[in-house]
Design a protein around this ligand. Structure first.
Ligand code: HEC
Length: 177
């Protein structure tokens, strides 16, 4: 439509005039995102619990899901297998301390919920319901003896769980700030 047996100068002019329209239309790749698409990825949970969804779960419920969907890689009772252990690891005495686990390293319990929800099980991430993730979070916290067996984990209770290494993160080179 813009080019039709015209002199070169006219062609160039036509091209220049047509370009902004072409850019405005875009390369026609992908598709527009809607709010439901965004919500599915907008799952970040902050250390203080901001972003935690509704729902709840206990360690007893979590043990069942764990046996079915997690034990194959993380071992029975989280002691480790082809993937890392989810408990123990001993005290962290130096920055190079060997084994870092949820129990001896992670500063916030809320991160456990975020991590499991977005990344586990490894071969099928984002497949768990919020109740299942709360239950699994409770189960791993019980394995680490950080909550009681009957404690219910939810958006209210989970942020109150204090992790042993909560104050273990320091700025290594404070003078470089
Ligand atoms: C197919 C194997 C597999 C299965 C099944 C699996 N995981 Fe994992 N998991 C991994 C791998 C691999 C990593 C390490 C990922 C990395 O470092 O990037 C991991 C890491 C983790 C971590 C972080 C450990 C740490 O200290 O860094 C947690 C917590 C976890 N998985 C929980 C679960 C839970 C809960 C389930 C069940 C819903 C599950 N995983 C199922 C393979 C698996």
């Amino acid at each position: 439509m813009c080019t039709h047996e015209l002199p070169l100068s006219t062609l160039v002019l036509a091209l220049v005039l047509c370009l902004p329209a072409a850019y405005a239309a875009g390369p026609n790749l992908g598709q527009p995102v809607n709010s439901a698409d965004i919500a599915a990825w907008d799952t970040s949970v902050m250390p203080d619990g901001t972003g935690l969804p509704a729902g709840s779960g206990t360690s007893v419920q979590g043990a069942l899901v764990y046996a079915a969907k997690c034990a194959a890689c993380h071992g029975a009772n989280g002691q480790g297998g082809i993937s890392s252990a989810l408990l123990g690891g001993g005290p962290i005495t130096s920055i190079n301390a060997a084994e870092k686990t949820v129990g001896n390293f992670w500063p916030y319990a809320t991160t456990l919920f975020d991590y499991i929800r977005r990344a586990m099980p490894w071969q099928e991430p984002k497949s768990l319901t919020s109740d299942e993730v709360y239950a699994l979070t409770a189960y791993v916290l019980v394995l680490n003896q950080l909550i009681g067996e009957n404690d219910v984990m939810s958006a209210t209770t989970l942020p109150k769980v204090r992790m042993p290494n909560r104050d273990g993160f320091i700025i290594r080179f404070p003078n470089k700030l």
